[in-house]
Design a protein around this ligand. Structure first.
Ligand SMILES: [Zn+2]
Length: 87
């Protein structure tokens, strides 16, 4: 998994919980976004754990997340689909 500026690993997905009260079936959880991901910057080699808060945080957007390197400031909007294991 990678984009122009970053390489990604160990994606921690954010799941929507299913509250389908009328159904006996356990619905599979739905991936609605990325909670955290290990990022390596291709520009400066920095590696960090990007989360929704703190250093090098992820900015969720529609269908993508904005990633900014805390070391060199390289930034990029990365489509959420990029983080899918089969992408
Ligand atoms: Zn960097």
């Amino acid at each position: 998994m990678e984009s122009d500026n970053f390489r990604f690993a160990d994606v921690e997905w954010k799941y929507a919980e299913s509250h389908d009260v009328g159904s006996r079936h356990q619905l599979p959880p739905v991936r609605v976004g990325v909670n955290a991901v290990s990022v390596t910057c291709k520009q400066c080699g920095a590696a960090w754990q990007a989360r929704q808060y703190g250093r090098g945080r992820l900015y969720p957007a529609f269908g993508s997340v904005k990633v900014t390197c805390p070391s060199c400031g390289a930034g990029e909007s990365v489509k959420t689909a990029t983080f899918q294991p089969d992408a």
